[in-house]
Design a binder for this molecule. Structure first.
Ligand SMILES: NC(=O)c1ccc[n+]([C@@H]2O[C@H](COP(=O)([O-])OP(=O)(O)OC[C@H]3O[C@@H](n4cnc5c(N)ncnc54)[C@H](O)[C@@H]3O)[C@@H](O)[C@H]2O)c1
Length: 137
């Protein structure tokens, strides 16, 4: 199945370049924080949102978004689990028909001075913060 709608990338009209109405956007880390904010903003302009997040259930704010119309769905998955992520992306492509864009907002931060970070701190941070960005492109 083709995951990306390549027909939307050949923009003849620059005024339509940033139009998101009716587009299907995957947002990782959308249960809260920046990802949730991106979801709310894009939905406001008519995008359909598929949130992927580690949290077992969506936030109240995301449930409110679903109640306001549009097609917004929540998928519980770990972006560092490649196989699980692949089947989640397949499920989203099936549910939405296509995927037009992705915002990899899932992230963690180990709040301590840089020189006190262990290798495992660095590995786990890069796996979450960059993993999906590398995987989906
Ligand atoms: N909030 C800011 O002002 C700010 C500024 C600069 C950079 N950042 C970075 O952006 C990223 C997101 O920030 P935030 O404030 O939204 O953080 P947040 O903690 O509020 O939200 C992160 C979301 O990512 C999800 N998540 C974490 N690990 C995951 C995984 N393995 N798989 C799927 N989902 C996972 C969490 O469940 C959570 O919903 C972080 O890396 C943060 O360091 C944030």
């Amino acid at each position: 199945m083709a995951l990306w709608d390549k027909s939307s990338s050949g923009h003849a009209d620059p005024s339509k370049l940033f139009e998101v109405k009716g587009k299907n956007v995957v947002i990782t880390g959308g249960a809260r924080g920046l990802g949730l904010h991106f979801a709310q903003c894009l939905a406001q302009f008519g995008a359909n949102i598929a949130v992927i997040d580690l949290a077992s259930k969506p936030s109240e704010a995301f449930l409110e978004l679903q109640g306001k119309g549009g097609n917004h769905k929540y998928y519980q998955a770990d972006v560092t689990d490649y196989d699980g992520l692949e089947s989640t992306i397949d499920a989203i492509a099936n549910d939405f028909g296509s995927i037009n864009g992705c915002i990899p907002a899932a992230g963690i931060i180990r709040d301590r001075p840089f020189l006190e970070h262990s290798k495992s701190d660095i590995d786990s941070t890069l796996a979450v913060n960059l993993g999906m960005a590398a995987t989906e492109t």
